[in-house]
Design a protein around this ligand. Sequence first.
Ligand code: ADP
Length: 174
Amino acid sequence: MAGKKANGSLVRRAVCPGSFDPVTNGHLDIISRAASLFDEVTVAVLINKKKSSLFTVAERIDMLRDATATFDNVVVDSFHGLLVDFCQERDISAIVKGLRAISDFDYELQMAQMNHGLTGVETLFVSTNPLYSYLSSSLVKEVATYGGDVRGLLPDDVLERMNAKLAESAGNSA
Ligand code: ADP
């Protein structure tokens, strides 16, 4: 619930939502910056049964927990349905998203306006670190599928788990 800090001020909570299939260094950059601005940050994995994914939700949560273990104000959770309902249930007042390129903007603006209209939740956009502006989970998976070197774009243990999964799915479809 709302919650106050020892000094009487309100606890400021934010959410970083996404598919995280799997988490990349671009996601981690946004999460770490949100963690420096808010008292508590929830990384929320979207459960979308209509979208096929490489990793299960439990696996994605597991990798995110490992990757964010060094932040003492970051927790990982999952949600389905409306993000605004998830925010209301947890007294989260802000959604933090990374804006990679102008192509992200149209959709994100529409979504931010809809969410604000629904419950008044704010959306804050963090400009992507240029090192990661071209990075998305789907592109990383595609490049790795064809043997491209994606080291440095995601945590080492996530890379290992992704390569193992891709080898497994290649084996299954052979
Ligand atoms: P993707 O599959 O495109 O990586 P996600 O749904 O997992 O997408 O991403 C969740 C959110 O993380 C996106 O809305 C975006 O705000 C942010 N994000 C994803 N990749 C990056 C990146 N390279 N740099 C900054 N933010 C990113």
